[in-house]
Each structure stands twice: as structure tokens, then as C-alpha cells.
Design a protein around this ligand. Structure first.
Ligand code: GAF
Length: 379
């Protein structure tokens, strides 16, 4: 059933009548991993996997939520300080609180939502949920006076303050600003950005999900960020955006081997984003692919956020002649993003499915993705 019909019907049976429909999207990132919280560049886009919510003000100061996918309800008062116990409801609670904190207005509402963004795959279903509600609250209660940069920050602060993930801005930015057929080259320091038309004739973007759990809360993700901040402090700069290899090598003896490797990856990765954009501008897809493999290598060996299953997926992609492949998102599980020429697509899917299944006893999940619009009202 179409997401829109599913959400509208569930709203009618749960709360009666109808509300207003809003959607937002998960994201991919072509290149630029773990650079966002280092003030570097990223290159994400929203995808055709969405979260949709049907929402209606209820004239009280209470928020009543129903998650169709989990078949669970949650409620909280807008004046209550305590977040709901269910993690999924904390995202909405956080968005309400962060909107209010910024001077925005939020009144009570009833909402039903569902989505088809794969969970735990590194496609940022949480950012999709946050930006869907941030967008909706702005439209319903604030006459769209909160700008889109703030909407992205509302989602990011929700992660920081209510979910324990000290993330950068990339995921929420892509979800809020996503535009059909365009990737976004975002400078995470200045938040200047540029839409890059991205429709590669003869290639597809394919995600291969290892189905290994991806858990960022209390995770080594925050530790990676800490390492980068340690090095920046040692270099007396705000973020690693301002570092280069010469500066890093000059302090090598004073920092831990681990912090050195993390910073080295970030310094190399921020350059790769710019190189990929240049290569795309001249239509040099082979170079784009090589840089994606280089990112995978760095994420696996220097940043150490890969795992055996993802390295294996990367190896299979290479063997099959996939143009570019790498682990995508925060890491520690999730999926690889693959730039696959049409001519080898069928063979790649068959081979990766068979080989992965033979080694790990379960098939990876395959998603072809199309770059799509981000947060929006659905008519
Ligand atoms: C996660 C985070 F939420 C992002 O901010 C980003 O750091 C990403 O990991 C790694 O590039 O998705």
C-alpha cells in the first residue's frame, strides 16, 4: 500500500478524521564521511525512502503519537521535562523541545507516522523522522518562519540532547534540504552549500545492507569525534578543517597513535570530497569510483569504523568491477554505497547475494536508490 494511504487510513482509525501530511527522507552520502563534525565538506542527498506523518493540532498541550510500523503509541505533555521511554518517541519529544527552545511555538497535536527508510542501515531514518516533524511543526504552528538551517539544527540538537549521539549536521541537512536529482556539496563550517545535478547515465546507486546492527548511541562514534577534537586542540585550531598532513606530522610524537590515524583519515577525506566534485564536473566517473574505494580503505584501516562484513562487501564489489564502493554513514555495520555500471548490475547483485549468504548465512538487502526531495508537505 502507498505510504500516503497507509498513514491517512491509520490516522482516521486512530484519531478520527484527517490531519495534514508531511514527509521527509533518508539520505545517502556519496563521499565525505566523518568530516561534518570536523567542519569539513560532505556530499549527501535525500533518497526515495521516506518517513510520512499525518498530524493535526488537538487543542491541548499534549502530544499523542502512534507509530504504525511498531504498532506502538506514546504520549507526552509539552510542559513535561521527562522524555518518553520509547526511543522513537524521544525523537519527536526532542524536536518539540528544541523548537520551543529556539523561540518557536508548539501546541498539542495527534500524529500517526510510518516509513520505508530501512532501520539501522546507515540511511539516517532518525534524521528523516526529526526533519519530518521539525518541518511540520514549523508549518502548523509557526507560519514557516523558522528557516531551514534552524530546522536541520533542531534535528541535530535532538540527537545530542535526547539520544546521546554527538553527530554532525550532515544527515539532518540532507533530509531538510534534499532536492530531486541533486546531491548537496555542503561546507559544514559555514553551511554554504551547492546543489550538484546528479543523474549519471549508465550507472546506478546501489546500497548493499549487511544487516549488521548499526548503533551510534554511546558508541565508538562519540569516541571518534573525541579523537578529532583532541588533535584539533593540540594543533590549536577549532576543527580539523584547518589541519593538513604537515601540521599533523609535526605533532605526531605528542598525540596517541590512534588519534593520529583518525585525524589522518579526516584530513584526507575532506580533500576527497572536493576531488569527487571536480571529477564529476569533468564527467570522470572512474576517478569518482577510485576515491570511493580510497574512502573505504581509510574508514576501515585508519578510522576503524568498518567491520568484517562490510570489508567483504567491498571486496566483492571490487572483484565484480563495480566502479566505486565504500561503507556509508557512521559505520559499525549498515551498508555500502556502490556506483554500479548498468552493464554489470545483474552480475553484481547475483554475486554479492550468493557470496555474502555463503559466508554469513543470510542475504544482504539490496536497495536501488534515487535522489529525491527532502522534507515537504504532501498534498
Ligand atoms: C552519522 C552522523 F549522524 C553524521 O553526522 C555523520 O558524522 C556520519 O555518521 C558520518 O559521516 O550518520
Amino acid at each position: 500500500m502507498e505510504l500516503k494511504t497507509k498513514v491517512s487510513e491509520a490516522f482516521a482509525s486512530h484519531f478520527g478524521g484527517e490531519g495534514s501530511l508531511y514527509a521527509s527522507a533518508g539520505r545517502i552520502n556519496l563521499i565525505g564521511e566523518h568530516t561534518d563534525y570536523n567542519g569539513g565538506f560532505v556530499f549527501p542527498g535525500a533518497i526515495d525512502k521516506a518517513i510520512m506523518a499525518d498530524i493535526r493540532p488537538n487543542g491541548t498541550d499534549k502530544v499523542n503519537l502512534y507509530s504504525i510500523d511498531l504498532d506502538e503509541s506514546a504520549s507526552f505533555g509539552l510542559n513535561e521535562a521527562d522524555a518518553p521511554s520509547q526511543q522513537w518517541a524521544r525523537y519527536v519529544f526532542g524536536v518539540c523541545r528544541e523548537t520551543i527552545k529556539r523561540g518557536g511555538s508548539v501546541k498539542g497535536f495527534d500524529a500517526v507516522f510510518a516509513g520505508n527508510v530501512p532501520l539501522g542501515a546507515g540511511l539516517s531514518s532518525s534524521a528523516a523522522l526529526e526533519s519530518c516533524f521539525a518541518f511540520a511543526l514549523n508549518d502548523l504552528f509557526n507560519g514557516n518562519t523558522i528557516d531551514k538551517f534552524e530546522l536541520a539544527k533542531i534535528g541535530q540538537s535532538t540527537e545530542h540532547n535526547y539520544c546521546g549521539v554527538n553527530c554532525g549536521i550532515m544527515d539532518q541537512f540532507a533530509s531538510v534540504f534534499g532536492k530531486k536529482d541533486c546531491l548537496i556539496r555542503l561546507d559544514c563550517r559555514s553551511l554554504e552549500f551547492e546543489y550538484f545535478p546528479f543523474k549519471l547515465d549508465g550507472y546506478r546507486l546501489v546500497l548493499v545492507d549487511s544487516v549488521v546492527k548499526h548503533e551510534l548511541v554511546d558508541s565508538p562514534y562519540n569516541k571518534r569525534r573525541q579523537s578529532c577534537e583532541n588533535v584539533a586542540r593540540r594543533l590549536d585550531i577549532d576543527t580539523l578543517r584547518d589541519a593538513d598532513m604537515e601540521m599533523l606530522d609535526a605533532v605526531k610524537a605528542d598525540i596517541s597513535a590512534e588519534d593520529y590515524m583518525r585525524a589522518k583519515f579526516v584530513i584526507e577525506e575532506k580533500e576527497r570530497v572536493l576531488d569527487v566534485c571536480e571529477a564529476l564536473n569533468r564527467g570522470d566517473i572512474e576517478t569518482v569510483g577510485k576515491l570511493m574505494y580510497a574512502t573505504h580503505h581509510g574508514l576501515s584501516k585508519d578510522y576503524e569504523v568498518s567491520c568484517e562484513e562490510l570489508d567483504y562487501l567491498n571486496d566483492i564489489a571490487k572483484e565484480c568491477g563495480v566502479t566505486g564502493s565504500r561503507i556509508m554513514g557512521g559505520g559499525f555495520g549498515g551498508c555500502t554505497i556502490n556506483l554500479v555500471a548498468d552493464g554489470i548490475y545483474d552480475n553484481f547483485i547475483a554475486t554479492v547475494t550468493e557470496k555474502f549468504n555463503a559466508r554469513y548465512g543470510h542475504q544482504p538487502k539490496i536497495y536501488d536508490v534515487v535522489i529525491s526531495d527532502g522534507a515537504r508537505r504532501v498534498e
